[in-house]
Design a protein around this ligand. Structure first.
Ligand code: NAD
Length: 464
């Protein structure tokens, strides 16, 4: 039997079908939204082993990482939305001004319509469904396009979403560039894209043709500033968890590079090496607690960064590779030049360069002069003034002091980038807001009608 292709015609007819169902009002009701969110939770409970297996197949992701960072985080999003939905859906009463007296006003959150979610391969389950939670909570019909780079998870999402959620309003389309391009030709009411900035630009220009708003969740080089006089062991463990404990560095908010001073660097390196061995043993390539590199293209990209002659002799830990199994050991490079390849692209893998500055305060200038604002920036310090200066001077999607990556788990904080690291944000209520139109509504009555505003505009009226 001939396989059905998903081309422009198929994309058009899919959007048309969802528009009809959206217009019928199905997705708007509180009950529908709640039913979908509950079904998503049940889907995770009933199929957790399959989800873990798909993530293992795509990335050798350790079960613990899959359970916590992919499944539990998504479950938390659903649970929070279920708890808060009534409140989120309620109009916000706001003050009015003397100009409109007497009057009342409110902001009504209304669904945008039919939205597209495109996700990336590194957290292929969470990054696909977490925006979908926001889209459903806000009452939209939604098409999800998972990443073809994580094919096992993509096909599982197609099957599970088809089985467990309302397929008249929530659909998954699998595919790579041709299928995504067909989708991008359509008119959407919002596009929520997670991935790199190059494709982000393609998404944004496709959206511009229809004046479609976008959320772009992109990446960048996330710096970690390490000051002296801190608890070295805790610092090292938290950097290791943010780097190698997050999909072996293949995470948008993983530490990309460290900045510290020359006299502190040896202590920092010693403790990182020690803790790495505690976590992953003497042969980290064999550790079951660390993901592999997603595919041979990314493996070649990463080894190319290591083979750059500008960093030759700079590897002070790790560097081992296993091409057959797509594994690269946790690798630290000390005192890398700023014009090396590794310092000029997002690493997105297990390599951690250390930059040296004369004074720790110089780190702010290193970050701000890099030309792009990172998705996240981290500082380890006990000094009040340094923390204040960090918050004041470093522009990034999010900042964490004395830890890495954990801001992602705080649902009261918006998660998103700035400048090159993206636009718009989600998580918690921010997800609901990302997929809602905030409709301004002013209520007036027939009393208190001031004749002053009506013509004829006499000079007497002007003087009042
Ligand atoms: P990817 O290769 O999976 O691509 C992302 C999406 O773009 C996929 O759905 C893919 O099918 C689609 N795509 C690819 N080429 C396309 C084209 N020519 N036209 C239209 N669509 C196309 O993922 P990636 O870009 O390699 O992901 C890694 C990047 O994403 C990193 O920069 C990382 O920092 C960033 N990221 C950001 C976040 C965040 O939340 N801000 C999360 C994860 C990853």
């Amino acid at each position: 039997m001939k396989e059905q292709v998903f081309d422009e015609e198929a994309a058009r007819s899919l959007v048309k079908e969802l528009r009809v169902n959206f217009a019928a009002g199905k997705t708007r009701s509180y009950d529908w939204r709640v039913a979908q969110l509950k079904s998503m939770i049940k889907m995770m409970e009933d199929h957790e082993p399959e989800i873990v297996a798909a993530l293992r197949e795509d990335l050798s992701k350790p079960e613990m990482e899959s359970s916590i960072y992919e499944i539990a985080l998504l479950k938390n999003s659903c649970v929070l939305a279920l708890k808060e939905l009534k409140h989120w859906m309620m109009p916000d009463k706001v003050k009015t001004s003397i100009t409109t007296f007497p009057s009342s006003a409110e902001i009504v959150s209304e669904p945008l319509g039919v939205v597209l979610v495109m996700s990336a391969w590194n957290y292929p389950f969470l990054l696909s469904l977490d925006p979908v939670v926001g889209a459903i909570a806000a009452g939209n019909a939604v098409v999800l396009k998972p990443s073809e780079v994580a094919p096992a998870t993509s096909s599982l999402l197609l099957r599970l979403v088809g089985q467990c959620l309302d397929s008249s309003c929530i659909r998954v389309v699998e595919g790579a560039v041709p299928e995504t391009s067909a989708l991008l030709l359509q008119k959407w009411d919002k596009i929520f894209y997670t991935g790199n900035g190059r494709i982000g630009r393609i998404v944004m220009s496709a959206a511009a043709k229809h004046l479609t708003p976008v959320v772009l969740e992109l990446g960048g080089k996330c710096p970690v500033i390490v000051d002296s006089g801190i608890n070295l062991q805790v610092m090292a463990r938290r950097i290791i968890m943010g780097k190698w404990g997050c999909n072996n560095g293949q995470a948008c908010i993983s530490p990309d590079y460290i900045i510290t001073t020359m006299d502190y660097a040896p202590k920092l390196v010693d403790v990182l090496k020690h803790e790495l061995e505690q976590f992953y043993g003497k042969s980290p390539l064999e550790s079951k607690d660390i993901s592999r590199i997603v595919n041979s293209n990314h493996f070649a990209r990463l080894t190319n960064l290591l083979d750059d002659e500008k960093v030759s002799g700079k590897i002070i830990h790790g560097g081992e590779r296993d091409k057959t199994n797509l594994k690269i050991a946790p690798t630290i490079l000390l005192d890398v030049p700023r014009d090396s390849l590794i310092m000029n692209e997002e690493i997105f893998g297990p390599l951690l360069p250390i930059l040296i500055v004369d004074k720790v305060e110089d780190s702010f200038n290193v970050i701000n002069s890099s030309g792009s604002k990172p998705l996240a920036a981290y500082l380890f310090s006990n000094k009040k003034e340094l923390k204040e200066q960090f918050v004041k001077t470093v522009s990034a999607g999010g900042l964490v002091v004395n830890d890495t990556t954990l801001h992602l788990a705080v649902h009261t904080l918006p998660f998103g980038g700035v400048g090159e690291s993206g636009m718009g944000a989600y998580h918690g209520k921010f997800s609901f807001d990302a997929f809602s139109h905030k409709k301004a509504v002013l209520y007036r009555s027939f009393v208190g009608d001031a004749p002053l505003r009506y013509p004829p505009y006499t000079s007497k009226k002007l003087k009042l």
